[in-house]
Design a protein around this ligand. Structure first.
Ligand code: AHR
Length: 493
């Protein structure tokens, strides 16, 4: 057998908090992300509560969704909030010009989205319209949602919600470098300053403003935003998708070989370098790290599922996606001092989704299970871990075979998340535990016989966490054998 990989867990030098908002979800008016996937309307035969599917809401509650970003994405910069309030029958039916050219009934508007937040127990992250909206329209939306009194508050009450809603997070547009208006960085930064000026929280409340950030490695964008608009905002976003084969997305979600596996996981690992370099720029303008980095779009992007509308971004989700998710969640731990929010794209039926639905059927994806396994990380303290692992992959698509992270939760329990990217070999890791007082390790593993194993409506539990016992502690050393192509979450006691 190969010599074990070695690691040290530095529980005696704890790091930042692993912010629960790293588990934020993204729900855009795109394909069946909202309509069909979350919202079926109160008259549907599919069991629902005030229009939202009971099965999907219950599954999302299990993973403790803390925040949902809505209504886009690209959709946000063409969204006019007034079209989504008032009697359903009077709401205009528009064309969703970004996503499939289908009709947008505006059935889910502000009140319905806030209803979903209350059912989920999640906080709203509203993305405002900078693209084809005005500062006044944005300001009035904020006032409509949050004001305790005044004519917009009266209108909100007449529409069924007397009490103001809390809006803790507000995005100042989305992808202003692209679908949000094709702006150049200087112009976008000036627009951000202008729009942010008019996003005002009522007395005693706070709205954190998040600027539209860079695409992938556009470091000039981050530099310009921080220099010009950094003082006007609380967060800056970053979007990076894992796209095997590059843009436009063309690779299959399930029909891939080992080269496709290695490329995808290696591209997921790129998130580490991107965060390092964007953070270094932010450090120059904001050494105290007041402005957080919100990686509010990440995940895999493949060719659409055969037979579906290509504008709906519907894709299957396999064990490979589970590894991608865990690799990202491990990377975010390393940068938890700056990355205090992230949002995988997207929550239901779109891109790297938690949940897939087809009419009344629903399935939890392998990515869902990774989020379930990492749930104890929410608001826990990051414990730095150094791992010296063998390499996996070849050439451009090589990476350390093992990725990992660790936290100590509020009850004092230590959790260690590990992945083994090698699809052929189990890897034993010996982890020296500095400052951990624990005698046993138990946990869960997510793996499958095939790299492309996935859950569908005929086999909804093909990929599901199982109890894991191949870990033990002797003295100050935790020894764990990670099965090939696996995600393991250990609890130390
Ligand atoms: O998540 C799909 C799209 O990807 C979003 O609408 C946009 O922000 C990004 O380009």
């Amino acid at each position: 057998p190969d010599a074990p990989a070695r690691a040290t867990l530095h529980a005696d030098t704890p790091g930042a908090t692993y912010d629960r908002r790293i588990f934020t979800q993204f729900a855009e008016h795109l394909g069946h992300g909202i309509y069909g996937g979350l919202w079926v309307g109160p008259k549907s035969k599919i069991p629902n509560t005030r229009g939202f599917r009971n099965d999907v809401v219950a599954a999302l509650k299990e993973i403790g969704v803390p925040v949902v970003r809505w209504p886009g994405g690209c959709f946000a910069d063409e969204y006019h909030w007034r079209e989504g309030i008032g009697p359903q029958a009077k709401r205009p039916v528009k064309i969703n010009t970004h996503w499939g050219g289908v009709t947008e009934p505006n059935s889910v508007g502000t009140h319905e989205f806030m209803e979903l937040m209350s059912q989920l127990g999640a906080e709203p992250y509203i993305a405002g319209n900078v693209g084809d909206g005005t500062p006044r329209e944005m300001a009035e939306w904020v006032e409509y949602m949050t004001a305790p009194a005044g004519s917009l508050a009266d209108e909100r009450a007449a529409n069924g919600h007397k009490a103001p809603w809390a809006v803790p997070y507000f995005g100042v547009g989305n992808e202003l470098w692209g679908c949000g208006g094709n702006m150049r960085a200087e112009f976008a930064a000036d627009e951000t300053r202008r729009y942010a000026t008019f996003i005002k929280a009522p007395a005693g409340t706070k709205i954190l403003k998040i600027a539209s950030g860079a695409n992938v490695d556009d470091y000039t964008w981050t530099e310009t935003m921080m220099r010009v608009a950094g003082e006007q905002v609380d967060g800056l976003s970053l979007h990076y998708y894992t796209i095997p084969g590059g843009w436009p997305p063309k690779a299959s979600a399930v029909d891939f070989d080992e080269a496709g596996w290695a490329e995808t996981l290696s591209e997921a690992n790129r998130m580490d370098e991107l965060i390092k370099r964007h953070s270094a720029i932010m450090d120059r303008y904001d050494p105290k790290k007041r402005v957080f980095l919100a990686v509010d779009e990440w995940g895999t992007w493949y060719a659409g599922e055969p037979g579906t509308n290509p504008g709906f971004l519907r894709q299957q989700n396999s064990l490979r996606d589970a590894l991608v998710a865990a690799i990202h969640l491990n990377i975010f731990a390393r940068h938890a001092d700056r990355v205090r929010m992230s949002a995988i794209a997207q929550m239901v039926n779109v891109l790297q989704a938690m949940i897939l639905t087809d009419d009344a059927k629903m399935v939890r994806t392998p990515t869902y299970w990774v989020f379930a396994m990492y749930k104890p990380y929410m608001d826990a303290t990051v414990l730095p871990i150094d791992i010296a692992a063998p390499g996996y992959g070849a050439g451009k698509w090589s990476m350390p075979a093992v990725s990992g992270s660790a936290v100590r939760d509020k009850a004092g329990k230590v959790h260690v998340g590990l992945t083994n990217a090698d699809p052929h070999r189990a890897i034993t890791v010996e982890i020296k535990l500095d400052g951990v007082n624990a005698a046993t390790a138990s946990g869960r593993v997510l793996t499958a016989a095939q790299m492309n194993a996935h859950n569908d409506f005929t086999a909804p539990d093909a990929v599901k966490p199982a109890a894991f016992s191949d870990a033990h502690i002797a003295g100050d050393t935790l020894t764990v054998t990670l099965p090939a192509k696996s995600v393991v979450m250990l609890d130390l006691q």
